[in-house]
Structure formats: C-alpha cells, structure tokens
Design a protein around this ligand. Structure first.
Ligand code: IMP
Length: 424
C-alpha cells in the first residue's frame, strides 16, 4: 500500500489523531486536506498530551513531512501558536512542514462573523466559532485571501477591501455591536503573520505529485467526520468542507486519482457536538455514564459531547460514501462493565424498517431499532484478548458492515491500540 486516507466515520472525535500518529510512523508524508482549527486531534506520547488543530499528526515523527493542502482554511495565528507548542517536543522546520501557497486564510472578519451569527439565534449550528464557515463561504464566493496574498501588503489590502465590501454592510446592519478591526489593522496583522509563515509556504501540489512518483508512502488525514460533510452530512448541521474521502482529491491532489485504502475511524458508540439530529442519542443516565467514562468533552471547545449507541445504518452509509476498506473501532473500553449494551441495526421510518439511508433522509424523523448484547467485562490489559462476549459484539458489527475491523483501540496511549490488519 502506498496511499491511505483516514476518515472520521461518524460526527468527528472518533480518535483519528492517535491512529494517524501511529500509522504515520510508517509513512513519509502526512497530509491535512480539509477543515481548519475546528479540528482537535488528541495525541498522547510518553504521557504528554498534545491537541493538534491544524498541524498534521505526522509532525511528531522526524522522518515524516507534514503537508497542509490547499483545501484547508488556515488561521495564521492559530497555526503559529500550535507550531510554538509542538516545537517544545520536536523541531518544526520547512523540511518537515509544508503549507500550500494557495491555502485559504481565516481572517478576523470570518471569526467575528461566525461568532456573531451563532449568537444571533437565527440559524444556530453550534459551530466551533473558529470562522470556518465564513472562510469557506468567501473561498467559494471567489473573494477569499490565500496564503501567498499575505506576502505583499498592497495586494493584501486590496483583497481585504474586496472581502470586506459586503461584510461591512452586513455587520453594520445585523451585528452593529461587533468591534471590527480596520482594513489597515487587519492587513498589518496578516502581513506580519504571513512573514512568519513564509518559510513553510510551498508548492505542495508538485511536492505531493513528486512524492507519489517516488513511491513515497502517503497518509491523508481527514478532520471531522463523514456525517459533518457539507454534501453527505446532516445538512445544515455540518461543517463547511468535504469530510468524506472525496475531500482528498479537491483539497490536496492525488496523482493518478487513486487511494489504495480508506480507513474509517468509528467509536464503539456515537458522539456529536453542536446541533443536529442524532438518532441513537441517549438523554438518560446511560448517556451521562458514557460521557463521564469516555471523557466526552470537546477537544477544541470543551463543550459536552452528546452520546448514544453505535449506529450501524450510519456506519454503512459512511462506508458507502467514502469507499471505506476497513474500520478502526475506538474506545471499546468505555463500554466495558456497563449494565446495558445495544447496537442500532435499523430505523423505523414512515412505517417501514430501513437499514440503508441516503443524504436527503431527515434523520430527525427516524426511530432507531436496537439489538441487545450481553455486556462484556474485558479489562484490556497488555496481553488483551477479547472475551467471548466482546468477540460476539465485534463479529456482529463486522457481519453487518461487511468490511474488516482492522484496529481496536481501548485507551489513549499508543500501547492501547491493537492492529488486526497490516497498514503500509
Ligand atoms: P464549524 O466547523 O466550526 O463550522 O462547526 C460546524 C459543526 O461541526 C458544529 O456542529 C461543530 O460542533 C462540528 N465540528 C466541527 N469540527 C469538529 C470536530 O473536529 N469534531 C467534532 N465536531 C466538529
């Protein structure tokens, strides 16, 4: 295998960071291709916890080149802060970090607009408030600022004027209390940050093309999850990028248009932050138990995550939309020793039982149907072998999804991940 994409198979927060980090040991290049610092990939190495928001998880491996592709939206200040934090553990230089020169920039206006909209209660999505939606909106409206624009102050000021042209009216009329920087202030701020990022700026498209040609092992690291995809997710309660595997092609570039394998990361249960439908959500003691035991609080915003049982129809949907070839099942330890264990195998929808869904289905209208399992009581020690109860649960999932569970994760440390299949 030369190329692998790692994709969140639910609503994000599935534990992609630690698995990407482990697999990137075997890779030459790790690429982030969508999203921005709304992501939070938690990695624990030798007991030290780091939450990566923008930097690819490969950054902790000396031999690995980390690439931020043009499909990402980049907050320059957040990036530099993160580099500073990671640099306490490993050297970050233009040799091991390359950023697409045409990556879209998140400006102060985007962040302020995101926060103002969320506060206005007209269309509450429960965003991370990082300016992600407004930045993608401007990219698509063709008034976005790109990293290379930060290198020339005159061009930058002109582009900021264009970007701000309609927003000025919008802020004045809808959000008059928001304190905005002037164009000149924002231009000066971004120009200075641009100078600091300049050494990392590169033609990542050509770099990746060459890496492919030289048979380098490349890992594409997805952020968020398929159910937050702008096209395939639970619209409008989604993020503003393509989180499904197609995002790799638009956000980074793949030579020959081929990815060898796609690994979906799924928790043994489901979580979601922000608004939107969640069929298996547990608004009861069990949901609270899972939240507390699984420490289900957002890595980026600290918000409580909503918790619920594993949802097979949604997992099958993730597999179908992203051509997943195997999955990693994470946090199985959290379900150990619970008094109940359920899996949703189908939905009741308009009087019918359905097991397959399409992007247009309104998930707030379905009723989940559950299969009960005997709860397992595994302690997941170092020589862990699944008990017969756990094995039954795993076998059932595999038989339903028809692709292998290639990885089992039962704790935050590198030692707590068991590979059942070879990657790279
Ligand atoms: P935005 O990406 O900040 O615009 O937020 C849109 C939706 O995606 C909200 O429901 C967020 O909570 C959710 N979201 C964004 N990034 C993540 C993530 O990394 N994990 C989980 N949820 C996320």
């Amino acid at each position: 295998m030369q190329t692998l994409a790692i994709i969140g198979a639910q609503w994000g927060d599935e534990g992609k960071g630690k698995i990407t980090d482990l697999l990137s040991e075997k890779c030459d290049v790790v690429v982030r291709y969508q999203g921005g610092n709304n992501a939070g990939h938690t990695i624990i190495i030798n007991g030290v916890k780091t939450v990566l928001h923008l930097l690819p998880s490969g950054i902790f491996h000396k031999h690995c080149v980390s690439v931020i592709g043009h499909g990402v939206v980049l907050d320059p200040n957040a990036l530099l802060e993160e580099i500073k934090e990671v640099a306490l553990q490993i050297k970050v230089s233009p040799t091991n970090l390359k950023i697409a020169e045409n990556v879209t920039i998140v400006t102060s206006f985007h962040k302020l607009l995101d926060i103002a909209r969320e506060g206005s209660n007209t269309n509450k999505i429960g965003t991370t408030g990082r300016g992600i939606g407004p930045a993608y909106q401007d990219k698509v409206a063709r008034v976005g600022i790109r990293l290379k624009d930060l290198m020339n102050k005159t061009t930058l000021t002109e582009k900021l004027k264009l970007l701000f042209f309609e927003k000025e009216v919008l802020f004045k009329n809808l959000y008059p209390s928001v304190k905005l920087p002037t164009i000149e202030e924002e231009s000066a701020r971004l120009y200075e940050l641009g100078l600091l990022i300049k050494p990392y700026m590169d033609d990542t498209f050509s770099f990746l093309f060459k890496a492919h040609k030289e048979n380098k092992k490349i890992l594409y690291e997805g952020a968020q999850g398929i159910l937050l995809d702008i096209d395939y997710g639970t619209y409008p309660y989604v993020t503003s990028s393509n989180t499904f595997f197609g995002g790799v092609f638009t956000g980074a570039g793949v030579r020959g248009g081929k990815i060898d394998e796609v690994l979906g990361i799924a928790k043994a249960y489901c979580t979601r932050v922000g608004e939107g439908p969640f069929p298996t959500e547990l608004n009861n003691d069990m949901g609270e138990k899972i939240r507390q035991k699984g420490k289900e609080f957002g890595a980026t915003t600290g918000r409580k995550r909503r918790c619920g049982w594993l949802d097979i129809p949604l997992l099958k949907y993730a597999i179908a939309t992203s051509n997943l070839t195997s999955i990693a099942l994470t946090k199985i330890d959290i379900l150990s020793n619970m008094e109940d264990l359920k899996v949703c195998y189908a939905y009741k929808y308009q009087g019918e039982t359905i097991t397959e869904i399409s992007p247009a289905l309104d998930l707030s209208l379905v009723t989940p149907l559950y299969k009960d399992f005997t709860p397992f009581k595994d302690d997941f020690g170092s020589d862990f072998k699944p008990s017969s109860e756990l094995q039954k649960y795993l076998n059932y999932i595999e038989s339903e999804i028809q692709i292998p569970i290639g990885i089992l994760a039962f704790g935050p440390d590198r030692k707590e991940i068991k590979f059942l299949k070879n990657y790279f």
